[in-house]
Write a protein that binds this ligand. Structure first.
Ligand SMILES: Nc1ncnc2c1ncn2[C@@H]1O[C@H](COP(=O)(O)OP(=O)(O)OP(=O)(O)O)[C@@H](O)[C@H]1O
Ligand SMILES: [Mg+2]
Length: 335
């Protein structure tokens, strides 16, 4: 744990008190090093991840780095230095997943869902898989009087806890099975602990509707988190993250990670299922379905706008992903 626990998710650090204190600094990364990171499985990127002592959960290869927007430079945090961005690699088996995630995130944003700012890092070759997904960490913030290290402002760490941790559900059980009612339990969690329970429950409801429409069946409870304030006294639902249309991949499961109205298979879920789920989680039917109808009505415009943005940045192939989402996501039933 100590070998990988220097910079974790949230405000936790796991360190070895016996070991020499590592030098804290930000080291400028060369373009070649960023490029090596983009090549999944490349030993250099694995070395970088190990060397950084970063422990970030999840299935895809990822690393925490410091990004300075003005100079567009990337830095490698050493010792106790916090990162500002999580940088995810492409996936050999899931083609164009970086563009897919960015398209989904921008579409979500256009529909009013709170997301962390994210962008695609293009390492300059023609290979469409040679790109990285960078997302600004919502658990890192700057103060007016932030310390400065190697000429860079140092953020502080906010604590976060994913829903599996908060609900005491083992990581191996992150996909709901046998009617375990994860959405209801998640809503109850927000009801009990959020500092703005009504707003956060509605945010979660919107995220669930969006996951269905965009075809994200990987919407498990480790893809939802609670974010704590600096003094740990206030708790809010963290912004939405890790939204990918998994349905565009032929080998993807059609079962959502949380049942809606008792149904798992995305192709069997419909407005009626959301109506049942609304009653199940204790929402008024009219209010809950108003959110559903509004998101359905705005979906096509939102995804058009998002894909246009990405296409004008040179990622023309997102148009294909968009078409696949419209054919395979929950949205297909309403076109
Ligand atoms: N912008 C962000 N700010 C802070 N923490 C984040 C951010 N994005 C993701 N995380 C955290 O990092 C973890 C891993 O990220 P993410 O879920 O995107 O990776 P993944 O490997 O695709 O996950 P999965 O195993 O679900 O496929 C998340 O569970 C979340 O706690
Ligand atoms: Mg995840």
């Amino acid at each position: 744990l100590a070998a990988l626990g220097n910079e974790c998710l949230g405000a936790i650090r796991i360190v070895d008190n016996e070991a020499a204190i590592p030098v804290t600094s930000y080291k400028l990364l060369q373009d070649a090093e960023i490029k090596a990171l983009a090549q999944e499985g490349a030993t250099e990127s694995v070395q970088l991840i190990t060397k950084s002592h970063l422990s970030l959960t999840g299935a895809s290869g990822k690393v925490g780095l410091y990004y300075e927007p003005e100079s567009k430079k990337w830095f490698f945090p050493e010792g106790n230095a916090p990162s500002t961005h999580i940088v995810k690699q492409s996936h050999i088996r899931l083609k164009k997943i970086v563009a897919n995630e960015q398209l989904c995130m921008l579409t979500a944003k256009n529909l009013g869902i709170e997301i962390p700012e994210s962008f695609i890092v293009n390492v300059g070759s023609d290979n469409k898989e040679d790109i990285l997904f960078a997302t600004r960490r919502y658990d890192r913030k700057f103060d007016d009087d932030s310390a400065v290290l190697n000429g860079l402002r140092v953020p502080y760490r906010l604590h976060q806890e994913d829903f599996a941790q908060a609900l005491g559900i083992a990581a191996g059980d992150k996909y709901e099975k046998n009617g375990a009612a994860y959405l209801k339990r998640s809503m109850n969690l927000l009801r009990s602990f959020s500092s703005d329970p009504i707003a956060d429950q509605l945010k979660l409801w919107d995220i669930c509707i969006f996951d269905y429409l965009v075809g994200n069946t990987d919407n498990h409870i480790k893809n939802l988190s609670l974010l704590y304030s600096k003094d740990l006294k206030s708790i809010r639902l963290a912004p939405a993250y890790d939204i990918v249309s998994t349905m565009v991949y032929d080998n993807s499961t059609e079962d959502m990670a949380m049942s809606i109205g008792g149904i798992y298979n995305i192709n069997d879920i419909d407005r009626k299922a959301f109506e049942r789920e609304a009653l199940n989680v204790g929402f008024g039917k009219n209010m809950a379905l108003k959110h559903f109808d509004k998101m359905v009505a705005g979906f096509c415009d939102a995804i058009d706008k998002a894909s246009f943005t990405l296409m004008s940045q040179g990622f023309e192939y997102v148009d294909v992903i968009k078409q696949e989402i419209l054919q395979k996501g929950g949205i297909k039933s309403y076109l």
